[in-house]
Each structure stands twice: as structure tokens, then as C-alpha cells.
Write a protein that binds this ligand. Structure first.
Ligand SMILES: [Zn+2]
Ligand SMILES: [Zn+2]
Length: 370
């Protein structure tokens, strides 16, 4: 598979000062304009052979988040109903072991897998890890049942590009319920076609392991379910698979819904993102969402000492263990990105990973140097 970027995209990056602006996000209105122009660059896919990532990656949901809004997604909705029934059933088969296993797996999949890996590492490249560790963390994310890395990252990069505008897959401006779970159950957001995925995740599409994990994203969950059944029977499966997965889904979705509805706004971003402590608690720190939209490439979302950010603390421990490097820690991305050693991303992928929608500096005097 070979992807060619037409020359116009390269021209946009030759001026290093412009690159700094694009990669950063100190925000002039022209930023978004430039980024959208860049993202609109047409990739010529010479070998369309196949990147069959998952059975739901069909159809067309390219630029309209609400396209086909009322059409039930029959590949997803019945599975979601089944998992919620299983989660409620778990409550009738309570055991402390089951609860402990569920909480542990919620941390493994929700924090290590989604918050740290899918979000801060793969989507925004906020830090770097050895490849073997990146793949391990990705498997943790795949086990969260939110799709493979290519699909998840593509949707989230698109969210940052069009945040609360036409094209955002899950903005509360299309309805609170829509932003929480509606966009998963109906509509085309999870029906991204292959060309769209390649456009949003050219970096991951070149990685055979990530493509494989996206194609077989149900495998880790199936193996996990079999192991739990062998250890503790159906009761443990109810807690470790069904209950844990449903809690994890809502913990992610609540960032998309409540994290764009309720809370405070330190930064005047051109979206409705908020900082919300209880969203941060259930999402291991991703609820400092206004901070994040202002500085997407920062690995640190909780910017004040009292903004608890478990994902950031874990990344810090990774650094102590020699498993994390090149960490963006809250300094202005425009500065750090321009001086950053090779991140391994193409220019277009770097742009997508760092789209900021900030329009003004914080009003409370926050300085992003810690
Ligand atoms: Zn958001
Ligand atoms: Zn993000």
C-alpha cells in the first residue's frame, strides 16, 4: 500500500515558522483554516488493495457527523444492548473477586489502553515509547471494546479537527444524548471508509501491527473472556467483561458529552470543551478536556496540582522506568513541537495529532510551564 501526498501539502510545511503555528495552536483564526486546507489535501492511494480493518468500516461518513443520523447501526446496537444487559445481570451475581477484577481491568483497558495509549500516545503522540511497549498498551486498548486503534484514533483526530462544528462525530450541539452514545448506536461515525481512515491515520496505516490489531480487534476480548471463564466461571465473565466494558464505555463517552457541556473553561477554545473534576475522576484524567483542546499534544491534561490526572502520573512513572520519552508536559506546543526531535510521524499526521482550537490565551493567568 502506498500513499502519495500531493506537493501542495508539502509546500504548506516548508516555512518553519508556519509549521510552528500549525503544530502548536496559539491561535490565530488562520490556524484552523490552514489545518483544514492541509487535511483536505488529497491522498492518492495507488494500491487500494485492502485495509479491511473491521466489518463496520464500510459506508461513508466522511465529513458529516450527523449523516444518516437516524439509521440504526445494526453491527453495533445489538452488541451494546447485550453488554448492558450483562452488566445489570452482574449486579445479581455479586462477588468481591468479580468487583476487584472488573476494577483492575477497567484500569488496564481504560487508563493504560484508552487514555494513555489510544488517546495521548497514538492520537496525539504526546510522548514516545519503545515499539513493543506501544503494542502492549494498544492491546490493552483493544480489549476495551471501543474498536481497533485505526478507527478510534481517526474518529478522535476528526473530533479535534471539527470540534463542535459540522463534521464533529460526537458534538453535544447535535444533542446531549447524541454526543454520549447516540453517535455510536445510530449514524455513520463508525462506518468510516478505508480511504477516510488512511487520510486521518496515515501513520498507523503504515504499521502492520496496528492494522492487524484493528482487523482482529475482537480477539483480545475473546481470549480474555475465555481466561476469565476458566478461572471463575460465568460470574467472573459477567464482571470482568460485561460490567467492566459498560463502565469503560460510559467513562469514555462522558468525556465526549459532559466534557463538552458542564464544567469550567480556562481556555477560550473555539469549541465547548470544559474542565470537569468528576469526568476526570472516571476517565483517569481525560476530563480536563478544555485544557486538552487548548493543548492537544500535551501529555499532561491536569495542568494545576489539584487537577488530578492519573494518566499523566502513569506516564511520569513510565518515564522513570525508561518506557516514555519525548514527553510534552504542558509547555506551549508551538514551541516544543517545532523543536521536537523526529516523532516518527509524517507532516500530515503531525498536523492532525496537534490540531488546537484555542483562540485566546487563558484568562486566569495560567502559564503552561511547569
Ligand atoms: Zn473534545
Ligand atoms: Zn484528544
Amino acid at each position: 500500500m502506498e500513499i502519495e501526498v500531493r506537493p501542495s501539502a508539502r509546500v504548506a510545511w516548508r516555512d518553519s515558522s508556519e509549521r510552528g503555528i500549525l503544530a502548536g495552536g496559539f491561535a490565530q483564526k488562520t490556524n484552523v483554516c490552514h489545518i483544514e486546507q492541509l487535511l483536505a489535501t488529497r491522498f492518492v492511494i495507488r494500491n487500494t488493495e485492502t485495509m479491511t480493518t473491521t466489518t463496520v468500516l464500510q459506508g461513508n461518513g466522511v465529513h458529516r457527523g450527523r449523516s444518516g443520523k437516524n439509521r440504526l447501526n445494526w453491527a453495533i446496537a445489538p452488541v451494546m444492548v447485550m453488554f448492558h444487559v450483562g452488566a445489570v445481570a452482574a449486579l445479581f451475581f455479586f462477588s468481591w473477586t468479580g468487583l476487584f477484577v472488573a476494577l483492575f481491568l477497567f484500569w488496564v483497558t481504560g487508563s493504560l489502553g484508552l487514555g494513555i495509549c489510544y488517546h495521548r500516545l497514538l492520537t496525539h503522540r504526546s510522548f514516545a515509547t519503545p515499539k513493543w511497549f506501544e503494542y502492549f498498551l494498544t492491546i490493552c486498548g483493544v480489549a476495551a471494546m471501543e474498536g481497533g486503534p485505526l478507527l478510534w484514533v481517526a474518529i478522535h483526530r476528526k473530533h479535534h479537527q471539527y470540534a463542535d462544528k459540522e463534521g464533529d462525530p460526537h458534538s453535544p450541539r447535535d444533542g446531549k444524548w447524541w454526543s454520549h452514545a447516540g453517535w455510536v448506536l445510530v449514524g455513520n461515525a463508525l462506518r468510516q471508509d478505508v480511504a477516510t481512515l488512511q487520510r486521518y491515520v496515515p501513520d498507523l496505516a503504515e504499521d502492520k501491527v496496528h492494522v492487524w490489531l484493528t482487523k482482529y480487534h475482537l480477539a483480545p476480548m475473546a481470549i480474555l473472556a475465555a481466561v476469565l471463564f476458566a478461572i471463575g466461571g460465568f460470574r467472573l465473565v459477567l464482571w470482568g467483561v460485561f460490567f467492566r466494558t459498560v463502565v469503560g464505555l460510559h467513562a469514555t463517552w462522558i468525556v465526549n458529552s459532559a466534557g463538552h457541556i458542564w464544567g469550567s473553561r480556562r481556555f477560550q477554545t473555539r469549541d465547548t470543551s470544559t474542565n470537569n473534576w468528576w469526568v476526570a475522576m472516571v476517565s483517569f484524567g481525560d476530563g480536563w478536556h478544555n485544557n486538552h483542546h487548548a493543548y492537544p499534544v500535551s501529555a499532561r491534561h491536569g495542568l494545576k496540582w489539584y487537577e488530578i490526572d492519573f494518566n499523566w502520573y502513569t506516564i511520569w512513572i513510565f518515564k522513570l522506568l525508561g518506557l516514555a520519552s519525548g514527553i510534552h508536559d504542558g509547555r506551549p506546543p508551538a514551541h516544543t513541537q517545532a523543536n521536537r526531535p523526529d516523532s516518527g510521524l509524517s507532516d500530515s499526521a503531525t498536523a492532525m495529532a496537534s490540531v488546537s482550537t484555542m483562540s485566546r490565551l487563558p484568562e486566569d493567568g495560567t502559564r503552561l510551564r511547569y
